[in-house]
Each structure stands twice: as C-alpha cells, then as structure tokens.
Design a protein around this ligand. Structure first.
Ligand code: 13P
Length: 251
C-alpha cells in the first residue's frame, strides 16, 4: 500500500498576520494547484482567517495548532472546532509535546480533543513522542504506547483512519538534533504496530505517520525515504518558504 506523503508546517507562536500572509503566498505561488504530496500549514489562530484567503484554490490546506473539546461557552482563551471550521481549517494538531510539557495536556485531554475534532469533521494530527530521559531509561515504548492508545480511546476505525499520527521525539524538537532515519523508522514501525492492534492490518497500512523534530532540507530526503515515514511535521524549517519548499519538493 503506498501512502501519499503529507508535509505540514507547524508555525508555532510565530508570524504576525502580515508575515503569515506573505509566507503563505510564497508557498502557494511555488506549489500551485496540484502536488504529489499533501501539504498543510498551521499558523497561529490569529492568522487562520487571512491565511485561509491566501491559500484558497491552491493545493495548500490549513491546519490549526490546537482546539478545545467543548463546543462553546465560558472557556476564556479557548477556540472550538466549529470556530476553526468557520475559517476554513481542515487539520488540527493535537497533543503536541509543547502542549503536554507546558500547558497541562494529558492523554485524556488529547482524547477529548481528538473525539471532538472528528465529530466536527476536522482531521486530527495526533502527536506522540518520548523525552530524552524516557528514551535513556528505556521507557520509550511504554510512553509511546500509552500516548497512542490514549489518543484513540473510543475512536472508531472509520474515524481513526481520518487521523495522521506525528512521531515527534521531544529531544529532537527545536534542538537541531534529528532522529536518525533508522531511529525514526523504528519508532514509526512500533507506532504502526500499536495501531494494527487497535484497528487491524488494513487500517494500519493506510494511516500516515509523520516525523517531526528538526526536519530540514538537509535531512528530509533520507527520512522520507524510510518505509514507514509518511511525511513530516516541520517547525523551524517551515518558517522560511524556501526551506519548507525544499522539503515538499526535494531537488
Ligand atoms: P522543529 O522542526 O523546529 O524541531 O519542530 C518540530 C515540531 O515540533 C513540529 O511540530
């Protein structure tokens, strides 16, 4: 089963509206209407609406960096699925390690967000990954299994197939240190096996698993050539059109 590659840019807490529109325009101009990879850009909430207009009718799709599971109400600072839908969002990153580390994200909140996103017709990008301590102490497999099973608790096979998983080893995020292609692929195979246990072989052969953690033009080609690496979730290198595009369209 060949899986179409999926490259997403996570802009994190970067870009003003003007910066975001400029960056999105540069990407759209280069990519045009059709590509052989799926592409998403995930700007901050404040820029979604304007960026949505810039990428309209291009092959570039829009993602958000988080969502709240409640539909509306007194949740100061939070944004709901329907709000994201209303500005043209297709994908939503859920369970990013920065949310887990700094903002009290747990496997339970990840699961609530995944459930709500799917119910609203958004496509979750579910992030999992171990810290350096967890890897060194041999807890990596347990952690990844707990995060993956936790995220998909109660999710039907049909809905689970709408998700993407992003393997993002915390020690490789923003550090310049990348997992070797073999380390990444081994983790992806491990995650795919967990998914097989949950949803069976056929679903597991379809689910896309992105790698994230200091992916850049210099290492993307080799990472993306691995059997189980189906794309990338790119932080720093997605903030410059040229480097993002070199990952999307390797020379
Ligand atoms: P970097 O590419 O900056 O390491 O970030 C990866 C990431 O966290 C994407 O979600």
């Amino acid at each position: 089963m060949s899986r179409k590659k999926f490259i997403a840019g996570n802009w994190k807490m970067n870009t003003t509206v003007d910066d975001a529109c400029r960056l999105a325009q540069e990407i759209v101009t280069a990519v045009g209407k059709a590509t052989d990879v799926d592409i998403a850009i995930c700007p901050p909430y404040t820029n979604l609406s304007e960026v949505s207009k810039v990428i309209k009718e291009s092959a570039v799709t829009l993602g958000a960096q988080d969502v709240h599971w409640e539909t509306s109400g007194a949740y100061t600072g939070k944004v709901s699925c329907s709000m994201l839908k209303s500005v043209g969002v297709t994908y939503v990153i859920i369970g990013h390690s920065e949310q887990r580390q700094y903002f009290h994200e747990t496997d339970e909140t990840v699961n609530k967000k995944v459930t709500a996103a799917l119910a609203a017709g958004l496509l979750p990008i579910v992030c999992v990954g171990e810290t350096l301590d967890e890897r060194k102490s041999g807890a990596m497999d347990t952690v990844i299994e707990r995060q993956t099973k936790g995220a998909f608790r109660g999710i039907s096979r049909e809905d689970a197939l709408k998700c993407t998983i992003a393997y993002e080893p915390v020690w490789a995020i923003g550090t310049g240190e990348t997992a070797t292609p073999k380390q990444a692929n081994d983790a992806h195979i491990f995650i795919r096996n967990i998914y097989t246990g949950l949803y069976g072989d056929q679903a597991a052969s379809q689910i896309r698993i992105q790698y994230g953690g200091s992916m850049k033009p210099e290492n993307a080609k080799e990472l993306l050539a691995q059997s189980d690496v189906d794309g990338g979730l790119i932080g720093g290198a997605s903030l410059k059109a040229a480097s993002f595009l070199r990952i999307v369209q390797p020379a």
